[in-house]
Design a protein around this ligand. Structure first.
Ligand code: BEZ
Length: 219
């Protein structure tokens, strides 16, 4: 389960993850305010916030800076920074202040091999029940791939909804993996193509079926 904490953020106080019950959350850390990679990441997340909302997903950022630093940095981003042609970008999701590093330590966001005073770029994918479902860590120097973060959310939601798994590099609209027999039927039936829904098997352990994009992205 996602460790619980209370925090002050740029959007007011939060109780995490309780305030987000019923929603997916991406909780992510960044090393420091007023740094370039983090700035490009925040602008990208801000531009994609509605896309994540459409996936019932909220964003929560965190760094070990204080609230006034966070506010000044987000104001500077809005007033001065242009990236990929984006200007006037307002960050509307909460950015947690964590000067004591209490939350960062609880979540393993401090990786001493990288920095003992800054959080790495950690991304926690938390489900509507408050359970951590996936974690990705990036080092300080590497900006995150936001299409991948979105793909992870869609993949987890699709696996839950349709009891399937997703193959390498899967994208919505591509065929999905039907887990082996035991959970989904008798191997011989599957090999004989007796199940409906377009199921096809290459061997008893490798069965796939189509799952149209419209179904994947239906809310
Ligand atoms: C950055 O966000 O630009 C950054 C932060 C810490 C170390 C290196 C780069």
């Amino acid at each position: 389960m996602a460790p619980a904490f209370k925090a002050v953020t740029t959007q007011g106080n939060i109780q995490f993850p309780a305030d987000y019950k019923g929603k997916w959350v991406i909780l992510f850390s960044h090393p420091a305010d007023f740094t370039p990679v983090c700035t490009s990441e925040f602008m990208t997340f801000a531009k994609m916030q509605q896309e994540f909302r459409n996936l019932n997903t909220e964003l929560v950022g965190l760094s070990v800076d204080g609230l006034y630093s966070h506010i000044a940095w987000l104001r500077t981003i809005k007033e001065k920074i242009e990236f990929r042609g984006w200007k006037n970008v307002e960050v509307k999701f909460p950015l947690v202040e964590d000067i004591t590093m209490e939350v960062a330590r609880q979540y393993g966001m401090i990786q001493p091999g990288e920095s003992s005073t800054k959080a790495v770029r950690a991304v926690f994918f938390i489900d509507p029940e408050g359970k951590i479902r996936a974690i990705i860590y990036y080092p300080l120097s590497l900006g995150r791939n936001f299409e991948e973060l979105k793909r992870v959310i869609i993949g987890l939601q699709t696996a839950d909804k349709y009891s399937i798994a997703t193959p390498a590099d899967w994208k919505p609209g591509e065929d999905v993996i039907v887990p082996p027999a035991g959970s989904c039927g008798v191997a011989e039936d599957r090999m004989a193509g007796k199940e409906n829904g377009g199921l096809y098997c290459k061997d008893w352990f490798f069965c796939m079926k189509p799952l149209p994009k419209e179904k994947v992205l239906a809310s």
